[in-house]
Design a protein around this ligand. Structure first.
Ligand code: FES
Length: 114
């Protein structure tokens, strides 16, 4: 007889493999840091938060409230997700800025500075 714990572990293993395969099959976009020239590959419709953090963008709340993670989009704003309500509340009418903890790369390339 196989224990429920063992079945659960097998299930999590398949879930992990399925997730990895899906990520590998997703198209990749690029996040470019203007100042350093660093380039990060981001899966399409993927969050940019981790890449921005690795590039040195500071984060605090990660919920779109504090504004610590403001980035300036130099090119490719159209390739990012729509502004979240949190971004609209914090940034107002500033159209070239985004909150790195809130937006996703939808496709292609985005160049930012911070
Ligand atoms: S980390 Fe607070 S708004 Fe992004």
């Amino acid at each position: 007889m196989v224990s429920a714990a063992a079945l659960g572990a097998v299930g999590r293993g398949f879930e992990s493999l399925y997730s990895e395969k899906n990520n590998l099959l997703r198209a990749m976009g690029k996040l470019i840091i203007e100042d350093s020239g660093e380039t990060f590959e981001i899966p399409d419709e993927g969050r940019i938060e981790a890449a921005c953090e690795e590039a040195g963008v500071p984060f605090a709340c990660t919920e779109g409230v504090c504004g610590t993670c403001v980035i300036e989009v130099k090119e490719g704003m159209e390739n990012l997700s729509k502004f979240t309500q949190e971004e609209e509340d914090f940034l107002g009418e500033i159209e070239e800025e985004r909150l790195a903890c809130q937006c996703m790369l939808i496709k292609d390339e985005v160049k930012i500075t911070f």
